[in-house]
Design a binder for this molecule. Sequence first.
Ligand SMILES: [Fe+2]
Length: 205
Amino acid sequence: MMQKLPPLDYPYNALEPYIDAQTMEIHHAKHHQTYIDKLNDALENHPNLKEMPLEEMLKNLEEVPEDIRTSVRNNGGGHFSHSLFWEIMAPNAKSVSGKLKEDIEKKWGTVEKFKEEFTEAAVSRFASGWAWLSIDKSGELQISSTPNHDTPLMEEMIPIMVIDVWEHAYYLKYQNRRPEFIKNWLDNVACGDKIGEIYLSKINT
Ligand SMILES: [Fe+2]
């Protein structure tokens, strides 16, 4: 099965003014597409792996043949992470509600406190990487960050929310102002309804 670029369910300019259309287009049609092309190249001569779902590959990297392991980790990780990133964004995004809000408040006290900790993880990620909200093995919510294209799947966690803090995600509009990008993203673009739906689907399986 060839991996394919997932279409966005909103146009490239839908997240203006928080993420500009040019950044969205280059990020989706160029950067993400390149990771997919490289992943497909790596899997080309491994027909048994091509049938394995991407998440399974990333959870069990030690089962991926050594000659393509780094490529799968980087390009497969990039494909997985970007796909979730596009999925959880929306114009006019509302904050979290329902069960996810309740569980965030159980863990962090308030949604504001959760946002502070998530922001800290995203701001302090050195160089290129990601900040995540995931469900850990015991079913608890956890904030983490990863370098490069590593994912919490490698730590046996189930990611439900992610922000890309590679410079290509924000540099055209924000230059070196990563904290401003993260604040705008959390307050206006990260869609509580979509993240909540993913959360419910993951805790009910
Ligand atoms: Fe990216």
